[in-house]
Design a protein around this ligand. Structure first.
Ligand code: GLN
Length: 490
């Protein structure tokens, strides 16, 4: 049963052909078997999950209407607030934090009758590309237990790849949905900034953060978007639907894009490892076989994306994380004897190394003497990058590029070398700076049988077309059907 797609499982449950109790029990016992070695979950919520599953089954039996994700076991990244369990952000500072409210996306999942089985591991406060910055546990790559699952939504991607849930939510500030999806061989969609409510998502870089689905197929990503997309009065940056209407993403999926023009930035892509470049070339070849045309585009400012991102994201993070002061939230130092020490000791004791590094970088970039030189400059570069996209989308419908320059790297390989770790975000970051949607779909393997992802980027609020373009590829290939050979390092 774990092999079914979320959509197929939902249809069966709604038709009374299988029960949510059965599906949920199967997932929970699989988590108990596999997750001690895999490390995808920070917490699971068996009792609540089984209760909700039983309720869905009861309603199906009674002929009552059920939601779009009726009885489907799903997972959410542990930086989305839930009233059940803790919301830790994989940080020691929030280890015991219980939210008084649910994030809007969590409310929407519940309203669609999804069964949330657990909350997934991540880099602390979503800062990282490998999930190694989690203060709570280690997640390994389902395809090779000695490698990282990617990050920061590594737990969600590993859980979906290892069949420990049917779909999951991640968050993407600079690639954190797409890169782990690519490393784990699953589908990851970062929607347009403002398409999905961020209310209740613990803020990292507020002008960049976006929640999106991690799934086993493009259709399941569309199904998840049907549930989570849309304006939310509680998030003023979520976009008005009269300006950018949401649609039925599943329905639009079936419509292949005619006369597709694919933009490629050859020079930029040349920086990726050979197996990644080869897989990209072959993937584009598949589209050409379907009648697509490839156009070479110039995006001269992409080279500056990483530099601009690590100024903007850290600046925003330094401000957002000021609230973890030992007074309002989370851990308070036992050793503090005066109020200044409450702040300093609580933060010193319970924030991880990478988080501290980001706070220092961001505080520096925002300090009065350097604001113009770093932060303001980075904002200007961001604007130019946005302009590069606008210019590019005059010549093409979408842009294809790698998700990451490499496949999954080894645990411990980059964790002591922050700059190298930052450089691994080179292909994903620009979409966040520009606010445009981007998807990662499985498109091959390297010589070590590690998954490779294809990234497709499209203009703002064209998720319907983006998903349809991704679906065209999926229909022609079997990459998304491959199963991890190693689950949890067995
Ligand atoms: N790896 C990037 C960072 O560390 C992106 C993280 C993310 O998207 N949350 O900032």
């Amino acid at each position: 049963m774990e092999q079914l797609s979320a959509k197929a499982l939902r249809d069966r449950i709604a038709a009374g052909e299988t029960s949510s109790v059965e599906a949920t029990e199967a997932i929970l016992s699989r988590i108990e078997d596999v997750d001690p070695a895999l490390g995808a979950y920070i917490s699971t919520h068996r009792e609540m999950a089984m209760e909700r599953a039983a309720d869905v089954d009861r309603r199906v039996k009674a002929g009552e209407p059920v939601g779009e994700l009726a009885g489907v076991p799903v997972a959410v990244k542990d930086n989305m607030c839930t009233t059940f369990g803790a919301t830790t952000c994989a940080s020691a500072i929030l280890k015991d934090f219980h939210s008084p409210y649910n994030a809007t996306v969590v409310e929407k999942l519940l309203a669609a009758d999804a069964v949330i089985v657990g909350k997934t591991n991540m880099d602390e406060f979503a800062m990282g590309s490998s999930t190694e910055n989690s203060a709570l546990r280690r997640t390994v790559n389902p395809w090779d237990g000695a490698r990282v699952p990617g990050g920061s939504s590594g737990g969600s991607a590993a859980a979906v790849a290892s069949r420990l849930c049917y779909a999951a939510l991640g968050s993407d500030t600079g690639g954190s949905i797409r890169q782990p999806a690519s490393f784990c061989g699953v589908v990851g969609l970062k929607p347009t900034y403002g398409r999905v409510s961020r209310f209740g998502l613990v803020a990292y870089g507020s002008s960049l953060d976006q929640i999106g689905p991690i799934t086993r197929s493009v259709a399941d990503a569309a199904l998840m978007m049907n549930v989570i997309a849309g304006r939310d009065a509680a998030d003023s940056t979520s976009v008005d639907e009269t300006i950018a209407p949401v649609c039925d993403y599943l329905e639009k999926l079936a419509i292949p894009v005619e006369g597709l023009k694919i933009g490629v930035v050859s020079e930029f892509n040349a920086g990726a490892d050979e197996p990644v470049r080869e897989a990209l070339g072959e993937a584009i070849g598949v589209y050409e076989g379907l009648g697509a045309e490839v156009v070479e585009i110039g995006m001269p400012r992409l080279d500056y994306a990483i530099a601009a991102y690590y100024v903007i994201a850290t600046a925003e993070a330094s401000s957002n994380l000021a609230r973890y002061d030992g007074v309002h939230y989370g851990h308070r130092s036992e050793r503090a004897r005066d109020y200044v020490k409450v702040y300093t000791k609580s933060r010193a004791e319970a924030l991880g190394k990478e988080v501290k590094r980001r706070i220092m970088l961001g505080t520096y970039a925002l300090s009065s003497g350097y604001y113009d030189a770093y932060y303001l400059k980075a904002l200007k570069v961001r604007n130019l990058i946005r302009g590069d996209f606008t210019e590019a989308f005059r010549k093409c419908d979408c842009i294809m590029m790698p998700v990451a320059p490499t496949t999954a790297f080894g645990i411990g390989e980059k964790v002591d070398d922050p700059l190298t770790m930052y450089l691994s975000d080179i292909y994903t970051i620009a979409a966040n700076l520009a606010g445009v949607p981007a998807i990662s779909i499985p498109c091959g393997f390297d010589g070590n049988r590690l998954p490779i992802g294809l990234q497709i980027i499209s203009p703002a609020f064209t998720e319907d077309r983006l998903l349809a373009i991704a679906r065209m590829f999926e229909r022609q290939t079997d990459w998304h059907k491959a199963e991890p050979t190693v689950s949890g390092g067995h």
